[in-house]
Ligand binder design. Structure first.
Ligand code: BG6
Length: 300
């Protein structure tokens, strides 16, 4: 697509050889980032990173070939920003309005070491009868790792702001049957496929052998995903996150999702960092919360 169709207010953020604005799928504006060691793609719709890959490595993020790309729809893959609620909510879209909103790009910077930082903010989209006034900012830093930072500030003078958030990261894997997840040993989780029953993780690394949909509570440490097929280890470092969600839809759920291929469950695993359920964030007036996730990879 030609970047001539992108309005000047966005084109001014272009940095030759580093940051390009173009029309992506569904004619939605997309940012392409090139660094010395990696490439990335970010849609303004949802401020959603849909691709990140290091040079000479398979993609780190999975985005479905069947994803929809439209104003009213969530993109299936990459890193959807889940805010201000996680999961279903009666009469409202699943996982909140942040991933359905068009965010504003307000800064693009080339870093001296060859990386790129992008800064976004969420325009006023929330129903003011339901939500206290707040600001939402998002920073994406692309280097040989992908760093994302969601900053929520309670702008109310005298009201608490209580919300859930999550960076719903779809990791790309070579073959889910060989994958194992470490860092959650002994943690308590809510099992979404068993009516959110509370359970405790067993001893060893988690293997994915069927549908998995778990909210691990009080898990603040890094998680590692080992992928023997691609001989790669993905590390998820995080700050300001007390919950870790692990999700793979497996066979039946994949078939039910119109924006996801029947076989694609073999190529992805969501390991999501946020603050969900009893870990939800409660912000006093004037206070901010920062949720930070860093994705990096190394050979197995
Ligand atoms: C996960 C949830 O985070 O997101 C799952 O734990 C859910 O229960 C999945 O199915 C996908 O949600 P959505 O709204 O993007 O289809």
């Amino acid at each position: 697509m030609v970047s001539a169709d992108i309005p000047d207010r966005l084109k001014r953020f272009e940095i030759p050889g580093r940051v390009t604005l173009l029309e992506g799928n569904g004619d939605l504006p997309k940012i392409e980032v090139t660094t010395d060691s990696s490439t990335a793609e970010i849609y303004l719709h949802g401020a959603q990173v849909t691709d990140f890959r290091k040079k000479d490595e398979p993609p780190l993020l999975f985005t479905s070939q069947f994803s929809r790309f439209g104003k009213a729809q969530a993109i299936r893959g990459g890193v959807p920003i889940i805010f201000p609620w996680f999961g279903p909510r009666e009469g409202e879209p699943s996982h909140g309005f942040a991933r359905l909103s068009d965010w504003e790009l307000h800064e693009a910077t080339a870093l001296p070491q060859g990386g790129v930082t992008l800064r976004f903010n969420l325009p006023e989209v929330a129903d003011s009868a339901t939500w206290p006034p707040f600001t939402a900012n998002y920073v994406v830093r692309v280097t040989d790792a992908l760093e994302m930072e969601l900053i929520i500030t309670n702008a109310a003078a005298d009201e608490e702001f209580s919300f859930e958030n999550c960076l719903h990261t779809y990791l790309a894997v070579g073959d889910i049957s060989g994958v194992s997840v470490s860092g959650l040993r002994g943690a308590t989780y809510l099992n979404a496929i068993d009516n959110y029953a509370q359970k405790t993780d067993g001893g060893d690394a988690l293997r994915i052998q069927g549908e998995v949909d778990r909210i691990y509570l009080d898990t603040k440490s890094a998680v590692e995903v080992s992928d023997p097929k691609w001989q790669r280890r993905i590390r998820i470092d995080k700050e300001g996150s007390a919950s870790t969600v692990v999700w793979n839809p497996w066979i039946a759920k994949s078939q039910q999702m119109p924006d996801f291929g029947n076989e694609e469950y073999k190529q992805m695993l969501c390991v999501e960092s946020g603050n969900v359920a009893r870990n939800r964030v409660v912000l006093a007036p004037g206070r901010s919360s920062v949720l930070k996730v860093r994705l990096s990879s190394a050979a197995l």
